[in-house]
Design a protein around this ligand. Sequence first.
Ligand code: FAD
Length: 479
Amino acid sequence: MTGSRTGGHAVVLGASLAGVLAAAVLARHYGAVTVVDRDDLPLEPRPRTGLPQARHVHQLWSSGGRAIDRILPGMTAELFAAGARRIGIPRQHVSLTAFGWQHRFPESQYMISCGRPLLDHLVRRRALAGERVTLRGGTQAVGVTGDARRVTGVRLRSVADGSTSELPADLVVDTTGRASVMRRWLAGLGAGETPEDVVDSGITYATRTFRMPDWAGDDFPGVSIHADHRDGQPGRNGQLLPIDGGRWIVTLSGTRGGEPPAGDDDFLRFAGTLRDPIIAELVAAAEPLTSVQRSRSTANRRLYYEALPQWPDGLVVLGDAVAAFNPVYGHGMVAAARGAGVLEAELRRGGEPGEFARRVMRGVAAVVDEPWTLATSQDICFPDCRTVSRDPRLNRHAGTRQRFADLVGATATRQPVVSAAVVEVTTLSSSSECLGAPEVVAALRSGPTHPELREPPFTPEERARLRRSGRGRPLAATT
Ligand SMILES: Cc1cc2nc3c(=O)[nH]c(=O)nc-3n(C[C@H](O)[C@H](O)[C@H](O)COP(=O)(O)OP(=O)(O)OC[C@H]3O[C@@H](n4cnc5c(N)ncnc54)[C@H](O)[C@@H]3O)c2cc1C
């Protein structure tokens, strides 16, 4: 059998990023693709019930943009044309890391910053435009049909009237995100118990959007304040990003014991108690456009579907439904897009149907492994992080690994070669093996080349704007 399944029918459960990218891929290989979502999907960029995380900061790293562009060529250009901001990293971002202020060295990667509703809308519109694709909103998936050897379709329920139906499919793709219950459905088919890991630092998100003040102009940098995982305290973070529509989105977060409050009045106060109060200072006089919105669905959760002794033909699981990460690291959308890329590669490769689905699941497991390790190895440093894990890397040599990570992180703030390597890793542009490259090791041995910064490193021009706006304080110059 070849990769072409023209004439076949594929069903995608969930029409968020992983789902619509999978649908775009499948439309090149199947005669018909049905995308099912329990939401009635809006025709314009709007928040929706099934995507509650869309109210919070959603940074899309450049590696994720490239993965989306491979499936939908020109997609990131479309996002920028619609108002998404391109934030060069580290040049266009003011960041207090665990180890101090990051020098604004030349850009080596970037972040795409826009409201998640805009991204959701534009990518869905492009991805589902083909005539082979049908979207069924207001339809909840409630089960799969078939047996442990082969999934043959899905059971659906109308959200409007509760009526149920079955939809046969040659391939079912589950992209229902953190809400996925495929683990339970598979057990019901007799496929066995899927091993699951949860690493939960209890992080809570609280977000508010503001009208960007005129003085900020088009190019005022984003700002991040990160927790210091070494101080034994709950981790508390803040991020301010410019997004489409002339807005600032501000997300504050805290791990268990350090959660941000829900009230509008307490938002600024919490921002003012971060390791530096700059975010509170910046938004103090800005006009709020929303109330504070909170989320707690943030634990790292990974399902090891590739470890099941038998995997049913005709079933693939992608995106957050396989592995969801603490969103502070901004890796979910990269992993979702790369998972859809694995599906594309395996469809092109062809092979026996049973082998195909299993190979996709192995490929997806490889894609999620790096963001999983990055997030969980950091999160376990915070107090009262609840961990149920079969991953031996979380315990074995954890102390040695953390000491190396701390050395790298501390040097990166003041050494451009190490900084560029860290940016490669944190944006998922290269694997963490790049930290062992000879030039990086040499730079680590020589140590920092730049002085320690004591204040947010705004440029002289940015500081002049801050002074004119009345937000001035003696701030350090940039690199
Ligand atoms: C608070 C928060 C902040 C985040 N910030 C970032 C960030 O900055 N950068 C980043 O890269 N990632 C971020 N993420 C992760 C990112 O949102 C996801 O990785 C991304 O949306 C891809 O997920 P997905 O498509 O697999 O699932 P989701 O986006 O969760 O979508 C699941 C879809 O399935 C539908 N659905 C659910 N159940 C059913 C059902 N039974 N039947 C039919 N439809 C169903 C839902 O309506 C929804 O449309 C964040 C996540 C959270 C929670």
